[in-house]
Design a protein around this ligand. Structure first.
Ligand code: PBG
Length: 350
């Protein structure tokens, strides 16, 4: 009704009464929706994963991740600067390792001059204040594409841990603020924590990929770091089911998280994201520790592909999917949408 006019009389319901509770009242205006919103996504929630390649002034598209490119170190520094401008608190770096540097013993992983170490150092040298997350896992460095060292057709847990500890120390030395073990070996968080403490890296955070599932949603990431190629050529065990979790389980995720926390993890991650929101909810509710979700490459690819085809509203599904992580209890989200989501959020605030 216009101002001053009597409001329209509502018709009684079929039962002859009026609903006294109308949940639609607070939904009826934008301001009241804002006032009662239970969860909110902000740029503070975003971690932006990036892929690094050798060379300079290079950008190499990743076919299965439309809109995402592998960047040479100079361009990584520029993107880190862009992340700061957007207000994104942290970035994660993943290397595309030259094939000739991949080996059975993954020795490039603990070369202090490897690609991710150089990228981290370049960002710090440029004085850019941003959190740098580096993965701890051997898959970008092994000739077979697995996260651990192989003995015969098995992934050898304890030998792998030794390599992961060496990798962690060179990465901490290069300036990683957060080490993110994504390898799913048993006991690696404790070994890494002890090594950090005994070497003076007392403030280096560990974000444990605690509940990491053996998922088909990692496909495009493996293209991006070149491990789909190496995994395909490995004679046995092309999947990671002997170390990553079975998607059928959720109690087991709680055990994984408990174990990583007891061993000294500061932050917990659940991965993949959208198909595992129940795990994010259970973990965040059970442990009350900062719980992160990784909206992985395949999730990005499917939303982006549908958006590019004109089948979905890209920005709308991006924002809705990210908000869903917050509703599930996530402290933050690793997402390839980070720069776009930050731009949208900054526009809304402006
Ligand atoms: C490797 C690693 C993977 C991802 C992050 N670290 C892939 C895998 O386990 O095969 C996946 C990220 C993504 O799909 O976006 N240890």
């Amino acid at each position: 009704a216009a101002r001053g006019e009597a409001p329209e009389r509502a018709a009684p319901t079929a039962a002859g009464s009026y609903p006294s509770v109308r949940l639609r009242r607070v939904r009826s205006t934008r301001w009241s929706r804002r006032l009662v919103a239970e969860h909110r996504l902000t740029v503070d929630d975003l971690i932006w994963p990036m892929f690094v390649i050798e060379g300079s002034n290079k950008r190499v598209p990743i076919a299965s991740m439309p809109g995402v490119e592998r960047l040479s170190v100079d361009n990584i520094v520029a993107s880190a600067e862009q992340a700061v401008q957007l207000g994104i608190p942290a970035i994660a770096l993943f290397p595309y390792t030259e094939p000739k540097l991949r080996s059975d013993d993954a020795r490039e992983a603990f070369n202090p001059e490897n690609l991710v170490c150089r990228a981290a150092r370049a960002i710090k040298a440029a004085g850019i204040e941003i959190g740098i997350v580096l993965d701890v896992a051997l898959d970008p460095y092994t000739s077979h594409g697995h996260d651990g060292l192989m003995r015969g057709t098995e992934i050898a847990n304890d030998e792998t841990i030794e390599a992961l500890v060496r990798q962690s120390l060179v990465q901490a030395e290069a300036g990683a603020d957060i080490l993110a073990p994504s390898d799913m070996m048993d006991g690696r968080v404790g070994a890494i924590r002890t090594a950090l403490e005994t070497n003076g890296y007392v403030n280096t955070l560990i974000m444990a990929y605690a509940a990491k599932y053996a998922s088909a949603f990692y496909g495009p990431f493996r293209d991006a770091v070149g491990s789909s190629m190496t995994l395909a050529s490995s004679p046995e065990k092309r999947d990671k089911r002997s170390y990553q979790m079975d998607p059928a389980n959720s109690d087991e995720a709680l055990r994984e998280v408990a174990m990583d926390l007891a061993e000294g993890a500061d932050l917990i991650m659940v991965k993949p994201g959208m198909a595992y929101l129940d795990i994010v909810r259970r973990v965040s509710e059970t442990f009350r520790v900062p719980t992160f979700a990784y909206q992985v490459s395949g999730e990005y690819a499917m939303l982006q592909a549908a958006a590019n085809a004109g089948w979905l509203d890209g920005d709308a599904v991006m924002m809705e999917s990210l908000l869903a992580f917050k509703r599930a209890g996530a402290a933050g989200i690793l997402t390839y949408f980070a720069p776009r989501a930050a731009a949208v959020l900054n526009e809304i605030r402006a």
